[in-house]
Ligand binder design. Sequence first.
Ligand code: NAD
Ligand code: MG
Length: 389
Amino acid sequence: MRRISILGATGSIGQSTIDLIRRDIASYDVIALTGGRNVDQLARDAIELGAKLAVTCEPALFGALKDRLAGTGIEAAAGDVAVAEAASRPAEWIMSAIVGAAGLVPGMEAIRQGGTLALANKETLVAAGPLVMAATRDHNARILPVDSEHSAVFQALVGEDIEAVERIIITASGGALRDWPFERLARATVADASTHPNWAMGQRITIDSASMFNKALELIETREFFGVDPAQIEVVIHPESLVHALVGFRDGALMAHVGASDMRHAIGFALNWPERRELPVARLDLAKIGTLTFRAPDPQRYPALRLAQSVMEAGGQSGAAFNAAKEIALDAFIAGRIGFLDMAGFVEDVLDKMWSSDGLNRAANSLDDILETDRLARRRASDLIAISA
Ligand code: NAD
Ligand code: MG
């Protein structure tokens, strides 16, 4: 039996992971599940999967979780420290599917115990790529990407030499507001930005898809995971979301990964790697699909992509500040305090300020440096938003 844990089990990726585990439950020994406010779901899943431990990140919900697990023998715990402790429990395979920078510390704990980290939480690499990759080497751990684009690149690189790679192209659907005229975007509401045309995902990443902040994070994730130059990574808009990424080699060949828009593919690939096993995802009928379209993203519409390039060029801890400022701007948009187009402006202001006065391009020596930069960027973003309101 393979020991596994799922961090962020109650979310969109977590539930898709559980869907795959459930189909072959006899093969898995579930060590820990973690979640947030949805303790009903967490307790139900922990009982169904026979988990040893269930943890909510919300300290106030400890009692509620404990009640729901009474008499089952499943251990209950709550709070950030308990989530990190769950991640540190020995397991061969751990899914990192917490949303946001909150996934960083638990992800690092999982790496330190030397198993395989299936990484959906892109913020881990955006905020602390060099530290995370170094820890992976030091602890003989392995990261398998779960973001669909990065899983696609990983698959296109099997058997290839990374030195032969000329470019990596990741696709973007364009998100919910793709076909809106630019003038209308300033008035887009949270509801407008929260319905993705092709993928069913958590609310935060869905809004980030509409603003392309998600793709901006993925550019940085690509650089950190595959170790390529920023100039080698491209984004192309592909409204059908069927080609997930392409790798271009020095002989001009492009290897594309094509598949249904179903995260269970990338999750299942990481779960079964290095084997390929049958997965419950739709098989594409290309003749029926008929046409796949591609177009260049409009830089005026998607300033997040330009910001990602600046972040990659500046290096150091810029990614940590970029992500943290983005999370605060996104919170403010969700709370109705700032407009859709204002998010990028605030993030850029935070970066400019921190590049000029906070030594943001210095490399981090430890996770504590990253966490400090994250806190500072959140404070700067909150201050700027408060002043403007
Ligand atoms: P989600 O919001 O649906 O779920 C997030 C999970 O994290 C939940 O279990 C929640 O309880 C938990 N959580 C939230 N805040 C937490 C905190 N402070 N501490 C501990 N746990 C916390 O999110 P999602 O859409 O499943 O995305 C998860 C991650 O995967 C994100 O990093 C996202 O960018 C990435 N990702 C998601 C998709 C997708 O299709 N949903 C695709 C690619 C990558
Ligand atoms: Mg993605």
